[in-house]
Design a protein around this ligand. Structure first.
Ligand code: NAD
Length: 424
């Protein structure tokens, strides 16, 4: 017997609604494990916290924070923390659930979790941001920990935020708990290669997918939505492989140049101004026109729900690499499949970040650190191996890479669920 959750009202295209549809599509491939599928349709635990802080002007502001642990059958929770004005419980639930799938898809010994604060961090001073982060960490401190749930960076959070989280948790527990978060600065037990790991994973899976559809990377035209941690690192690697980045969009604007951007110049511009808008080496274009750009590869690397059914009909790319989590709604997925556009889904495409987070966590426990070459080699091996297994599954059942990734991941999660049995 199952029931819908009383505390969220998902729609067909909302993040949790999208995730539920993706789970429903995998059920026919789960065999007897399907009996346990309801476990994936609800989070194990969802914590909502109030975060009061004193602003620099003496006023008190309250922010809403979340930490959701979706499934812990295979190990401690793992997943990022997002600071964004649109963060809400439903979104964090979906992001946590996609972490369960992703961690299982690359076979990391983790469950899935995610956190966030409903805030526009650009409106806070550095000190206010620190106070908010520390209070949030204290509030969720009752459920996180190196063996329980390990946060990491996501949209608008970075190594500095992770350093504050690590310090706050360590002060509260009287320890130096480097393993409580990943994506930390290198001096605090961070890992070489972590900052660019997600973009690297997008590139590695993209290169494999391009090979399978005979798409030459040298000279390929790439459009990137989101030029933050993930989008910029992926763009850099595609650029090094000879591809041209012909369009980019972020919260500051949309730009294009059919000859390709100078990547060093655009990176410097984004660093100096906070976004791609106003970049001199390209033409500005209307926001919605981004989806009509002539390109071979499209990399959504911003937020969820960006590829709607209407936009899916306009996309010119042959290959879509989901750097972002949940960028495609189910109806758009169907349209792209019908149109022969190959989609490498988020739950494998952007798994490079959590994979190197896993390396960071392992290094923190052993207090022995690897070189960047070792990190990248291990990352590439895991990503290529995981993608191959997923591709074999897709070929065997004649299903999309997304459903195949869910099939591989759900089998692992539900087998663990079954072997552990129900407590008590
Ligand atoms: P970031 O904060 O570094 O960058 C976010 C980017 O999205 C920025 O360029 C921002 O301008 C852009 N953006 C925001 N709103 C937008 C809008 N309405 N339209 C267009 N662009 C917009 O974040 P990030 O870490 O690069 O994360 C991007 C995506 O990748 C998210 O979906 C995140 O969950 C996912 N992801 C991140 C990691 C990681 O390691 N950081 C790992 C896996 C997945």
């Amino acid at each position: 017997m199952s029931s819908t959750l009383s505390y969220v009202t998902p729609t067909a295209d909302s993040p949790w609604g999208t995730y539920l549809m993706q789970v429903d599509r995998v059920v026919p491939y789960l065999g007897p494990l399907a009996r346990w599928v309801e476990t994936l349709k609800r989070p194990k635990r969802a914590l909502i916290v109030d975060i009061p802080i004193e602003l620099d002007n003496g006023e008190v502001a309250h922010f809403e924070g979340y930490r959701v642990q979706h499934n812990l059958s295979r190990g401690p929770g793992k997943g990022g923390v997002r600071y964004h004005p649109d963060v809400n419980l439903e979104e964090v639930m979906a992001l946590a659930a996609w972490m369960s799938i992703k961690n299982a898809a690359v076979n990391l010994p983790y469950g899935g979790a995610k956190g966030g604060i409903r805030v526009d961090p650009s409106k806070l001073s550095h000190k206010e941001l620190e106070r908010m982060t520390r209070r949030y960490t204290s509030e969720i401190g009752i459920i996180i920990g190196p063996q329980r749930d390990i946060p990491a960076p996501d949209v608008n959070t970075n190594p500095q935020v992770m350093a504050w989280m690590m310090d706050t948790y360590s002060m509260n527990t009287g320890s130096a708990a480097t393993g409580v978060v990943t994506g930390k600065p290198i001096h605090l037990g961070g890992s070489l290669g972590r900052v660019k790991a997600t973009g690297r994973g997008v590139f590695v899976t993209g290169r494999e997918a391009a090979r399978r559809i005979n798409l030459e990377l040298d000279g390929a035209r790439v459009a990137v939505q989101g030029f933050g941690n993930v989008g910029s690192a992926a763009a850099e690697l595609f650029g090094q492989a000879g591809a041209r980045i012909v369009a980019a969009q972020d919260h500051t604007g949309t730009i294009c140049n059919s000859k390709g951007f100078d990547l060093a110049d655009i990176t410097a511009h984004v660093r100096a101004t906070g976004g791609v808008g106003g970049f001199k080496g390209a033409e500005p274009m209307a926001t919605e026109d981004f989806w009509d750009v002539d390109c071979d590869i499209l990399i959504p690397a911003a937020l969820e729900g960006q590829i709607t059914a209407a936009r899916a009909n306009r996309i010119k790319a042959k290959l879509v690499l989901e750097g972002a989590n949940g960028p495609t709604v189910p109806s758009a997925d169907d349209i792209m499949a019908e149109r022969g556009i190959l989609v490498v889904p988020d739950v494998i495409c952007n798994a490079g970040g959590v994979t190197v987070s896993y390396f960071e966590w392992v290094q923190d426990f052993s207090s022995f650190f690897w070189t960047e070459d070792e990190i990248n080699l291990r990352l590439d091996k895991i990503m290529i191996g995981a993608l191959k297994k997923i591709w074999d599954t897709a070929d065997r059942h004649r299903i999309t890479l997304r459903t195949a990734t869910f099939a591989v991941a759900c089998e692992r999660i539900l087998t663990a669920r079954q072997e552990r049995g129900l407590y008590p």
